[in-house]
Design a protein around this ligand. Structure first.
Ligand SMILES: NC(=O)c1ccc[n+]([C@@H]2O[C@H](COP(=O)([O-])OP(=O)(O)OC[C@H]3O[C@@H](n4cnc5c(N)ncnc54)[C@H](OP(=O)(O)O)[C@@H]3O)[C@@H](O)[C@H]2O)c1
Length: 374
């Protein structure tokens, strides 16, 4: 690999004990309290070497996934300074390997002020990757709506996590397409303030509530982008034929939806197909591949944004904090397209969503509607 290639690192962490067991099968059966303690003591390390990402015009990048081994609950409950220190240690590992820009994965980009403090203290520019996540999430939501035959212009959409970095931008970008928008978060004061700020600028009617279940019951389009560490969208609350675009990591939608609601289409919104022949090689076991638990050539949108910035040699703090510049979402989407990144095929609950799955979901929704009418 040429030393002149633009280089990136991406800070990642396990989202669940399952993630840890997939990486280290020896962790199976150890028990959650012991695993949590081990994670607390484990240092940051270089997890995977990323090669083979190549744009249609032949540009390449090289990078590393660097692990900071804390679970989401630990990220949110540990002293903030300790978590920042750990994220910065992971970035330092990337810098030693030659990285010129760092991406913050999942809760490393959520904790505290959404990357702002980390960026101030980092020796290289930092991005949360949220601009491309927003663009991908919106495209996924509307792709799902089209597949389910939803008339978007007359639909109600709910944004769960509406005051967040991703949710607030999604609300503004979804509003021009729908009839009504419902904003949901837990902190009512912040939610009201955000609604007051944006309501008059939105081209559709809008409302806000902290009652997540009631909001979901009233919507045909649902987008989740929360920092919840638990499942919060329950099967009983979803309308027949609804599309749920899930951006949150870990996921917000109860796994029971897959079993109990065959009439609802859930889709992970933030997966991208990478250009070229990407390869994620485990660093400690050079012959092993690193398993992202995604199909081949697929990565998260936040990782993809970091790669795009490296490919475009835009070594700058591109996306940080809450209150994201919508022009950057558009620009990042354009840069990603130019670099050959495309929205990955639909997927949810660790499975591909095939045309057959969609046909079955539509049929189940039609059946359920006919039962209600009868
Ligand atoms: N798929 C991808 O590629 C990708 C990329 C980046 C980030 N993400 C994920 O996207 C999610 C959001 O990230 P972000 O940077 O936008 O986070 P953020 O700025 O911290 O926003 C989180 C939002 O969720 C709300 N929230 C938290 N818990 C909630 C609950 N139980 N019920 C309802 N609302 C809740 C928060 O408001 P309150 O505190 O008032 O409730 C806030 O509005 C995270 O899960 C992150 O890991 C995914």
């Amino acid at each position: 690999m040429s030393s002149t290639l633009p280089k990136f690192c991406f800070v990642m962490h396990p989202l669940s004990l399952k993630d840890i067991e997939r990486y280290e099968p020896g962790a199976k059966g150890k028990g959650e309290p012991i695993m949590r303690k081990i994670l607390e003591w484990m240092p940051e390390w270089s997890v995977a070497h990323v090669t083979g990402v190549r744009t249609p015009d032949g540009r390449q990048t090289e990078g590393w996934f660097v692990g900071t081994p804390l679970l989401p609950e630990q990220m949110m409950s540990f002293p903030r300074e300790e978590v920042y220190t750990r994220i910065l240690r992971a970035i330092d590992i990337g810098v030693e390997l030659g990285a010129q820009i760092a991406g913050l994965g999942a809760f490393t980009g959520v904790v505290g002020d959404g990357g702002v403090t980390v960026a101030q203290r980092s020796p290289i520019p930092v991005t949360t990757g949220n601009s491309l996540t927003i663009a991908a999430g919106i495209a996924s939501l509307f792709r799902g709506a089209q597949e389910m035959g939803i008339d978007v212009a007359s639909a109600t959409a709910v944004i769960i996590g509406a005051t967040g970095s991703i949710g607030s931008a999604c609300a503004k970008l979804i509003a021009p397409k729908v009839r009504h928008l419902i904003l949901v978060a837990r902190n009512e004061t912040r939610l009201r303030k955000f609604h007051e700020e944006v309501a008059s600028t939105l081209p559709c009617s809008s409302s806000f509530t902290t009652d997540l279940a009631a909001a979901v019951r009233g919507a045909q389009l649902v987008l989740t982008a929360t920092s919840s560490t638990k499942e919060i969208v329950e099967p009983a609350d979803l309308q027949t034929g609804t599309v749920v675009c899930e951006l949150s990591l870990p996921h917000d939608v109860s796994r029971r939806v897959a079993l109990e609601r065959p009439d609802v289409l859930v889709t992970e919104g933030g997966n991208m197909l990478l250009p070229g022949a990407p390869h994620f090689a485990r660093v400690r076991e050079p012959k092993g591949d690193f398993d992202l638990n995604l199909p081949p050539r697929t990565a998260l949108a936040c990782m993809s944004e970091t790669m795009v910035l490296a490919l475009e040699r835009r070594f700058e703090c591109y996306t940080l904090g809450r209150g994201i510049d919508l022009a950057k979402v558009v620009e990042m989407d354009e840069m990603a397209t130019r670099c050959g990144f495309t929205l990955a095929d639909m997927r949810a609950f660790d499975m591909a969503i095939t045309p057959e799955t969609i046909a079955a979901t539509r049929a189940a929704a039609a059946e359920r509607r006919s039962q209600v009418v009868a």
